[in-house]
Design a protein around this ligand. Structure first.
Ligand SMILES: *Cc1c(COP(=O)(O)O)cnc(C)c1O
Length: 503
């Protein structure tokens, strides 16, 4: 939605000023209003051009425009109906007017008919400057001033001592396990409710993953499940070499409880903060509470470098060693000397430039994603089947994704059903991550549920749905999503067949 005040214009305005306003607002349309604020007509570039062809000059006033009843819709008009009006009249902008005929906003066709994706990149105005600087100075390499600066700026933002930029969040996790000397046959505990990238690195190093369930207040690692898992591992005499704690969908896990358990057994914690950059835990930044934290700048994350990642820690030796391993493990000798396996996991100086620009708008992006969540919560209030992922009282969630579970006792519509139906409205929604302990890749791996007989992640996978959450989603697009969800959930009353939860 464009702020309507920027688009209104009065008949006493000159053609020159109108042209300038058209250009500045870049909405393709102005709204000519009368003394009472009522919409008289719309004005496009073509309308002004025609006036001038008819002999009017730059200083003539808009009163010269012929009257032309505007095509408008009322405030409660359905978006499908609005799209229909635009198609029928071959127009791309459609003013919405109140009962007094005053414009309240303008609907844009591209908002109504383009596909709405789950989470898209959202560039700001600073990235290009850093990237141009890299080109100008020929720093097109996996080292350079943007990388050093990006690492320092991330460290400052997180209030952590050291950071090493790498090629992806997955690479950062792989390095983290190396840094903690995880070897073939070792055991690593990992959150089960997560993206596969959290757990794959355990297999890269030849270790054996054991999956730990989440709990309802954070949707993150359950301290009671972890406690049982650690106690049993201790009894068997085979404690894990590391615990990978994931901070899901923009929310920190309950780190104090988890760290207390891990400290008791002296097991280091790797914090997978790929989804939680910008979130806090008791005033501290998510990603800085474990021994090592990892971040991701993949295209779907809250800020992006297209692809990229970061390792952060207060332990300078660990981060120095991460840099050494990520650049082929080259010893400091005049020739190429190698003692141990290294990796090519560096970040490009160009991508670090994008990251520096993105970091400047991170707090805005957090705010925007939280607003997206708030609008869903308000807009879908009357649908009692929606149980939103709670925001735990100990911190601030970024709402990287707006996620809810659908109460099966209040809705016949299963998540797979809703996702399919929204796709028909060109809206991309997705299932909650399928837990790792249910993945064929990890079949046979041990799993510790939240309660002896209750698995939270299984429950949330069967009932959960992630809604489009990009920070650049427009209000009109979000209205479209809210309307579509309403129409799908209310259609159940008319006997839509119930689908089984998909696998
Ligand atoms: C995205 C993601 C990763 C991996 O990050 P990449 O940069 O894509 O390699 C790891 N863990 C979680 C929880 C993620 O969401």
């Amino acid at each position: 939605m464009t702020d309507v005040d920027r688009l209104v214009i009065r008949v006493s305005t000159s053609i020159r000023d109108a042209l300038e306003q058209l250009q500045n607002t870049a909405a393709g349309v102005l709204l000519l209003i009368g003394d009472e604020g009522q919409l008289l007509r719309t004005i496009t570039d073509g309308d002004l051009r025609r006036l001038m062809l008819a002999g009017f000059g730059m200083h003539d006033r808009l009163s010269a425009l012929p009257s032309q009843p505007p095509i408008v819709v009322a405030e409660n008009t359905d978006m499908v109906e609005a799209l229909h009006v635009m198609s029928a009249n071959q127009i791309y902008q459609l003013p919405v007017v109140d009962v007094n005929g005053r414009p309240s906003r303008v609907l844009f066709r591209h908002d109504l008919d383009t596909k709405i994706l789950l989470s898209t990149p959202h560039l700001g105005e600073y990235e290009i400057g850093f990237v141009e600087e890299a080109f100008r100075t020929n720093w097109i390499a996996p080292l350079g001033p943007n990388i050093d600066a990006f690492e320092q700026e991330i460290a400052d933002y997180l209030r952590v001592k050291h950071a090493a930029a790498v090629s992806s969040g997955t690479a950062a996790l792989h390095l983290a396990l190396h840094l903690l000397n995880v070897r073939p046959g070792d055991v690593v505990f990992c959150s089960s409710l997560t993206f596969v990238a959290s757990a794959n690195p355990v297999l890269y190093v030849g270790a054996v993953p054991v999956f730990i369930d989440s709990e309802p207040t954070t949707w993150n690692m359950s301290p009671s499940a972890l406690e049982r898992a650690l106690a049993e591992a201790d009894q068997r005499g085979k404690l894990p070499k590391a615990v990978i704690v994931v901070n899901l969908y923009g929310q920190s896990a309950d780190m104090d409880a988890l760290l207390a358990l891990c400290n008791r057994y002296e097991v280091p914690v790797v914090e997978d903060a790929a989804e939680s950059l910008g979130a806090t835990y008791k005033g501290r930044r998510s990603g800085t509470l474990g021994r090592i934290g990892i971040l991701s700048f993949n295209g779907n994350k809250i800020i992006t470098t297209s692809c990229g990642g970061m390792l952060v820690s207060n332990d300078g030796d660990l981060i120095r060693r991460a840099r050494f391993l990520s650049t082929q493990g080259r010893e400091s000798k005049p020739w190429y000397e190698h003692r141990e396996i290294g990796f090519n996991y560096g970040m490009s100086n160009i991508l670090a430039g994008i990251g520096r620009g993105q970091l400047k708008v991170l707090d805005d992006r957090v705010e925007a994603r939280r607003q997206v969540f708030d609008r869903y919560e308000t807009g879908l209030k009357d649908l009692s089947a929606f149980n939103w992922m709670p925001e735990a009282p100990f911190g601030r969630c970024t709402r990287w994704l707006s996620v809810a579970s659908l109460d099966p006792s209040r809705s016949e519509v299963a998540p797979g059903n809703l996702i399919d139906r929204l796709a028909r409205f060109s809206i991309e929604a997705r299932h909650v991550w399928k837990p790792m302990h249910r993945q064929p890749l990890f079949s046979g791996c041990e799993y510790y549920p939240h309660g002896e007989k209750y698995s939270f992640s299984d429950n949330v996978f069967d009932t959960g749905v992630c809604l489009p959450s990009s920070s650049n989603i427009t209000r009109t697009q979000q209205d479209r999503i809210i309307k579509a969800i309403g129409s799908v959930l209310r259609a159940q009353a008319t006997g839509e067949p119930r689908h089984a939860a998909s696998q």
